[in-house]
Ligand binder design. Structure first.
Ligand code: SF4
Length: 499
C-alpha cells in the first residue's frame, strides 16, 4: 500500500491516496489515485465549516443536499453552443454521439451501435508501446508502415529515471520504432541523469498531450492508458484502449467502437475557493459508485464547469475511468480556445449536444454546498467528508501524477503551506507531471506570497526537492523509483471514525 497526500488551498487539507496498482502490474487497471483528505482545522484560521454547525456531518445526508438526480432532461445551456456540424439532425445527439458520428462518417448514431471510427490521435507510452508495436508488426508485417506518422504520439513517462534494464529497454524499443517509422511526435529521453538536458522529453503523457496541443475539440484520441479520458476536457472523445487495439490502430488508423449512452452531470453554483475539481469528481463517484458509469459517456456542464480552468477540467475528466466511464467530455468554450491558441495550428471543429439529445440520466449538483471530500481506502467511491478524517495519522505525502501533478495542483499545495506556516512532519515527495510543470514550480510566484515560488515555499516547509517529471511512484515502478515505498508500512487509518 502506498500512502500519498495532497494539499488543498486555504484550509489545511491533506489529500493522500493509496496506490495499490503497482502490485497489479497492469496499467489499464491502474487507477491508483485514491485520494483521501485529512482536515486539520486547528492549523489554519479557516472557519467556514465551524460557522455552519447545521451542515450535516453524515456523508449520506450531505450528498442528498448537494446532488439531485433528474429523470426528465432539459438541454444544458452552454454559452459557446453552436449548431450540429454533422448535418441536419432529426433526432438529437449528445456530444459523444456527434463526435463518433463525424469520425465514422455516419449522419446519425445511437447508443449501442458499433461503428468503425477514424482515429485522429493514437498515444502510447513506454509501458504499453512495446507491446502494441509487437502486435502491429506481427499482424501487419515486419516492414509495415503506420497509417499516419503525424497522428501517432509516443511519450515515454512511466518508468524513466531508473537503472532497471528492462525499463530502459522499453524506451529503446520506442526510439527504434520512431526512427524506423519517422514518427513526428516522439518525446524522447536519452540523458537520465539530467532531464533538462532532454528538450524533447515532456513527462506524464496525459498532461503532456494537452501542453503539446494534441487535445483538440471534436476529435477522437485513443491511448494505451486508462487515464486517456483526461483529454475529454477539451471536448473530444478520448478513451483508453488495450495493446491489441492499439496495434490495430497503428496499422489501420481506425477502430470498431460501440457508441456509449451518456450520463449528464450539471454542476451549478459558485465554487468555494477551498474546493478543487478533485472534490467535484469524488462527489460524483461517491454518488454513482465506481461502476456507475460503466461503458457510458460522462458529460459535464453547468456554470461551475464553465468557470473551471483547463487544468481543473482535466482533473475532472481524468477520473471518469474511476467511475467505469468510457469517456468524459466538457463542451469546448472560450477557456478551451484560449488554452489552445498557442499550442496547435491544426484546425478543429467543436461539437455540442443537441437540445433534443437523449441522456440516460441527469444528475444536478449545487457546488456551493459541497465540502472537501476524501476517497478512503480502498476505492474511489468510499467517500467521506475531509473533516471526518481529521484524526487520521499519515505516513508520507506524495504530490504528483496525471491527476494531481499539474501546475495548479502545486500552486494549491503551496498556498496551504503558506497559510499554515508550518513544517511537514512526515516525508513529503513532490513529482511535477511534466517539464513545464517543473519549470512553473520553480518560476511562478505564488499569489499572496510576496513573490515566492512554489519550490521556495516547499523548501521552507521541509518537503523533498521536486523530482524529475514522470509518473514517478504512481504506478510503482522498479525498486529505485523515486518515492516508491519498498518496505511495508503500517496504516494508521481508523475506519471506526468514518463510518
Ligand atoms: S501518473 Fe502515470 S501511472 Fe499514474 S495514473 Fe497517470 S499515467 Fe498512470
Amino acid at each position: 500500500m502506498y500512502v500519498v497526500f495532497f494539499f488543498s488551498p486555504r484550509i489545511n487539507l491533506f489529500l493522500f491516496g493509496f496506490f495499490v496498482s503497482k502490485f497489479l502490474g497492469n496499467v489499464l487497471l491502474a487507477n491508483y489515485s485514491f485520494f483521501v483528505i485529512l482536515l486539520m482545522q486547528k492549523d489554519v484560521g479557516f472557519s467556514a465549516f465551524r460557522t455552519q454547525p447545521s451542515f450535516p456531518f453524515s456523508t449520506h445526508i450531505s450528498k442528498q443536499r448537494v446532488c439531485k438526480k433528474i429523470v426528465s432532461v432539459v438541454a444544458p445551456q452552454q454559452s459557446e453552443r453552436k449548431p450540429s456540424t454533422t448535418g441536419a439532425v432529426k433526432t438529437g445527439m449528445t456530444m459523444t454521439e456527434k463526435i463518433l458520428a463525424r469520425t465514422s462518417e455516419k449522419p446519425h448514431l445511437s447508443p449501442g451501435e458499433n461503428v468503425w471510427v477514424n482515429v485522429n490521435v493514437l498515444m502510447t507510452h513506454d509501458v504499453c508501446g512495446p507491446g502494441a508495436i509487437g502486435i502491429f508488426k506481427k499482424e501487419f508485417g515486419q516492414n509495415a508502415k503506420v497509417w499516419d506518422r503525424e497522428k501517432v504520439v509516443i511519450i515515454p513517462d512511466h518508468y524513466i529515471f531508473t537503472t532497471d534494464e528492462r525499463a530502459n529497454r522499453n524506451v529503446d524499443i520506442l526510439r527504434d520504432f520512431c526512427t524506423e517509422q519517422n514518427i513526428k511526435y516522439f518525446y524522447d529521453i536519452k540523458d537520465l541523469g539530467n532531464f533538462k538536458a532532454n528538450p524533447d522529453y515532456k513527462g506524464v503523457c496525459h498532461v503532456a498531450l494537452a501542453q503539446e496541443g494534441h487535445c483538440r475539440p471534436g476529435e477522437v484520441l485513443l491511448g494505451t492508458d486508462s487515464h486517456t479520458c483526461t483529454a475529454g476536457a477539451f471536448g473530444q472523445f478520448a478513451t483508453g484502449i488495450g495493446n491489441t487495439d492499439a496495434g490495430f490502430v497503428l496499422g489501420a488508423g481506425k477502430l470498431l467502437l460501440k457508441v456509449p449512452p451518456t450520463l449528464r452531470f450539471v454542476m451549478d453554483g459558485e465554487m468555494p475557493d477551498y474546493l478543487l475539481a478533485k472534490d467535484l469528481i469524488l462527489q460524483i463517484i461517491g454518488e454513482i459508485s465506481v461502476a456507475g458509469a460503466t461503458y457510458k459517456a460522462m458529460e459535464f456542464v453547468g456554470s461551475t464547469i464553465e468557470s473551471l480552468t483547463m487544468e481543473e477540467r482535466m482533473t475532472l475528466c481524468n477520473m471518469v475511468i474511476e467511475a467505469g466511464g468510457k469517456n468524459g467530455v466538457v463542451p469546448a468554450d472560450t477557456t478551451t480556445f484560449n488554452y489552445l491558441q498557442d499550442k496547435t495550428s491544426v484546425p478543429y471543429e467543436p461539437v455540442y449536444s443537441d437540445g433534443q439529445a437523449r441522456f440516460l440520466s441527469e444528475y444536478r449538483f449545487d457546488i456551493s454546498k459541497l465540502e472537501p471530500l476524501v476517497a478512503k481506502p480502498h476505492s474511489p467511491d468510499n467517500r467521506a467528508l475531509a473533516r471526518e478524517c481529521k484524526d487520521v495519522k499519515i505516513d508520507r505525502v506524495y504530490i504528483g501524477s496525471c491527476t494531481g501533478g499539474k501546475t495548479e495542483d502545486f500552486m494549491a499545495a503551496a498556498k496551504v503551506f503558506l497559510a499554515s506556516g508550518k513544517k511537514v512532519k512526515v516525508p513529503t515527495f513532490l513529482v511535477p507531471a511534466t517539464q513545464k510543470v517543473w519549470m512553473d514550480v520553480y518560476s511562478l510566484p505564488v499569489p499572496g506570497s510576496g513573490g515566492k515560488t512554489c519550490s521556495q515555499i516547499f523548501e521552507e516547509a521541509g518537503c523533498d526537492t521536486p523530482a524529475s517529471p514522470s509518473c514517478g511512484a504512481c504506478l510503482g515502478g522498479p525498486r529505485d523509483t523515486y518515492a516508491r515505498m519498498n518496505e511495508p508500512k503500517a496504516s494508521y487509518f481508523d475506519f471506526s471514525r468514518i463510518t
